[in-house]
Design a protein around this ligand. Sequence first.
Ligand SMILES: [Fe+2]
Length: 398
Amino acid sequence: MADTEPSATPVPAIDVGDLLQAADGGRPILLLDVRNEDEVRAWKLEARRPIDTVYVPYFDFIEDEIASVARVPAGRDVVVLCAQGGSSEMVAGLLNDAGVPARNVRGGMVAYGEYLQPAAIPLDAAEASRFALWQINRRGKGCLSYVVASNGEAVIVDPMKNIEWFEAFAAQHGLRVTRVLDTHIHADHVSGGPALSAKLGVPYSVSAGDGFELRQPVTPLDDGQVLRVGGTGGVTIDVRVMHTPGHTPGSTSYLVGGRYLLTGDTVFVGSVGRPDLGGHVVEWGRMLFTTLTERLAPLADEVLVLPAHYAGVHELGADGVVSGRLGDLRRTVPELQARSADEFIASVRAAVKDPPASYAEIIKVNLGVSSAPIDRITEWELGRNECAASAKRAAALR
Ligand SMILES: [Fe+2]
């Protein structure tokens, strides 16, 4: 049992955003992770620079507090992490009582999984005079949303379920959201698209593709259709709809200003979207191969790919943005080297492992055929996305 009574004074805490900012900036933090070994193995907190971490499970502190406190190096800026911020708060309290200054990571890995960080996509001067484009990075999951803005209007692409965050972001930048888009029916997270569009009273578009019962009210979009963002008579930016089936039969990419391609899960910076999530790897794999080799072929090498996911912090650029020139990806992404659909499908099959069981449930929610309480959704969304065709390779890199 604990040898020290819990302190009555509040335990100092740090928010995930401040922790990531400090760790990204190279501040010498010591992360004390008190989760169980299997939880640690499944999902780690990552920053742009390696974080000095010690692992002492919470139960070790319960069983032998003095010995466990002694395992925490002295004289360090200690932050304590657990799954939801409860056990870590207790451990941080014990450490403080024992004379070891420590802060609790508020909300733990759940808060890390929900945290959203915006980054402006660098534009050239002519572009910047006409529009702005932000990538919203859900750091813990490796999910990316986008805000396209021009002349006081904005379109939001692939918003997360925390729709208040997106509303606040638009308000902060003086933007009126006119449309909400999803690139596809997501499997790894519940989309905020239907709720955000309903709340704002603006059109929502997503294509599920053949074979799916989509019960969300949507505004269908045609391949090649141009969506104009910006007030009439003023400056505008065009978003061109491109059907890019394969990851899902309805997958759609959006080309902003002729140069910025929001690919969803069609092409990532280091891989492509896995076509096996619907259980039709051959059929969807052929579709994806056609998309990659034919539908994207007319696009110039200078087009910048802005995906819906990334595999780890190694994919973040110096500007904090996950992006890749299409020309570079054509040379470097292994799946884009396949010479035939059969070769492509074989390489995808070899690379992927079974998706998490929760993906089937999440798809049903995103189709609108079922609903779930928020705590269940939070549980389903734990962990990094597993949407890339080279999940094993991405995992090996970490
Ligand atoms: Fe996906």
